[in-house]
Design a protein around this ligand. Structure first.
Ligand SMILES: Cc1cc2nc3c(=O)[nH]c(=O)nc-3n(C[C@H](O)[C@H](O)[C@H](O)COP(=O)(O)O)c2cc1C
Length: 213
């Protein structure tokens, strides 16, 4: 048996004022996981920027690898740096370095070198004018292509990037070694799943991808 959800279940309550405006109740009902990564770039003062990011997808088309970044806040540094420098790097962490990656959210002042201040190592990308995170097992260097508002006046935009270069740890290239999946591979963001029956809220958490055998 399935249940229809034409509108928000009455059991859903905001955990903080504005939660269902900042996000959407459907986000919490579906709680669709999405890959987690840090987008790095240079701010206009030359300092390193880091923006933890989720809600994104990756697609190949006619030989181009396109990264669709689903929610870039118009108010953040990332948006500004993409418009300014038109490039960035997508850095994929494994669980063991997540605490340092999330520290970029706190170390977010304009004057902060956000990668270095968070205990990570900044190195130059090889194909674009942006820093990348050495400790991340995969770095995708990208050029800005276009952006779209989700609807007129939306808070966030979707941004399309074209991959220009990829750097991956050798132990990840071979699935019989460390590989890309499981608890040491790609991290997925699971955004606070809720029960429509009881309204019970599960906290934000992360997941790993388990392959069917
Ligand atoms: C798990 C997690 C996922 C996040 N995903 C996004 C996202 O997809 N888009 C976004 O704009 N901010 C996201 N954020 C918030 C930003 O990482 C945070 O506000 C960041 O410091 C903004 O950086 P900026 O000023 O460089 O834009 C996320 C935060 C966390 C903890």
């Amino acid at each position: 048996m399935k249940k229809e959800f034409p509108c928000m279940p009455s059991t859903f309550k905001e955990q903080w004022p504005g939660e269902f405006t900042g996000f959407a109740w459907q986000d919490f009902l579906t709680a669709i996981p999405s890959p987690l990564f840090v987008i790095t770039s240079f701010k206009s003062n030359g300092k390193e920027n880091g923006c933890l990011q989720s809600w994104s997808a990756f697609v190949g088309d006619t030989g181009e690898f396109i990264c669709i970044i689903g929610a870039v806040s118009k108010k953040g540094h990332l948006y500004e740096t993409l418009r300014d420098r038109r490039c960035c790097v997508l850095n994929f962490p494994s669980r063991d370095i997540y605490d340092r990656c999330v520290a970029t959210v706190r170390n977010n002042a304009f004057e902060d070198d956000e990668i270095t201040k968070s205990g990570l190592t900044s190195e130059m990308a090889v194909s674009v004018d942006a820093p990348r995170i050495r400790e991340c097992f995969l770095n995708i260097e990208c050029e800005y292509m276009w952006e779209r508002e989700h609807f007129e006046g939306s808070r966030d935009v979707t941004v399309a990037l074209r991959a220009t270069h990829i750097c991956m740890d050798v132990t990840r290239c071979d699935e019989s070694k460390l590989g890309r999946y499981g608890k040491t591979g790609y991290m997925y963001n699971i955004h606070s799943p809720r029960s429509p029956e009881t309204g019970e809220v599960l906290p934000d958490c992360f997941g790993a991808l388990e392959k069917y055998t």
